[in-house]
Design a protein around this ligand. Structure first.
Ligand code: PGA
Length: 256
């Protein structure tokens, strides 16, 4: 049985003051449920604050990016996997579409980052997703297969089980327009089959999250789908009540 994971991607939001209040509420109301993992993913400067506020809780945390370089050195502006481990990170978001589009991250760079994470004991949450144009041209699965294959090819087979995948259709991110449950299940099932062709055992244990306008109103329906193992939540993770409601929905779907 796969555990559900609900991770809040704060993107470039927050301040010491706002984070303190948000994290405090999450800790006070955390769910103790062993079929569910929860995590927050703040910007780098707030990892220390997050660690201090969450280290005695069941809520995990992670970072939004990592360097492909794992050894310390002259890489201005980069943050290594071992630095993230110093701050207790568990997860790293890799290949978010905002980084693929705005920072020209290629499939190969994303794959290298995923590899660096796993080799250093972190779990990469690898984001993949198609644009609206690609979906309309019927290219959804071929785009997703290209993105996922790059990662699968870069990893040792016995590392695939450390991977978390997040299907995030680009047209659903921050738009309020989530994919339909049929679209989501179809893609998640296809992705699991793609991984199964390489490693059947890892595929059945693989966490495949959905992301893109997840909110309290659609969380239960999305997370009850057979191949959806949780959510990567952007905007709604900044509002304690909304994030809690999504976590609650994940718990209900995991229990059911
Ligand atoms: P959203 O973002 O929930 O605000 O659509 C999701 C994401 O980009 O991870």
């Amino acid at each position: 049985m796969r555990k559900k994971l609900v991770a809040g991607n704060w993107k470039m939001n927050g301040s010491l003051k706002e984070n303190e209040a948000l994290l405090k509420t999450l800790v006070q109301r955390q769910l103790q449920f062993n079929q569910l993992q929860t995590a927050v993913i703040p910007p780098f400067p707030y990892l220390s604050q997050t660690q201090q506020q969450l280290h005695t809780s069941t809520i995990l945390w992670g970072a939004q990016d990592v360097s492909v370089e794992s050894k310390a050195g002259a890489f201005t502006g980069e943050v290594s996997a071992s630095m993230l481990l110093d701050f207790g990170c568990h997860f790293v978001i890799v290949g978010h579409s905002e980084r693929r589009q705005r920072h020209q991250e290629t499939d190969q760079v994303v794959a290298l980052k995923a590899k660096v994470c796993i080799e250093n004991g972190l779990r990469p949450i690898v984001c993949i997703g198609e644009s609206l144009g690609e979906r309309e041209k019927g290219e959804t699965l071929s785009v997703l297969y290209r993105q996922i294959d790059a990662v699968l090819n870069a990893l040792d087979v016995d590392h695939i089980q450390r991977l978390v995948l997040a299907y995030e259709p680009i047209w659903a991110i921050g738009t309020g327009k989530s994919a339909t449950i049929e679209q989501v299940q179809e893609v998640h099932q296809a992705l699991r089959q793609r991984v199964a062709a390489v490693d059947w055992v890892a595929a059945s244990a693989l966490n495949i999250l959905y992301g893109g306008s997840v909110k309290p109103a659609n969380a239960l329906e999305l997370m009850s789908l057979p191949d959806v193992d949780g959510a990567l939540v952007g905007g709604a993770s900044l509002v304690a009540e909304d994030f809690m409601a999504i976590i609650q929905a994940a718990a209900v779907s995991a229990a059911g």
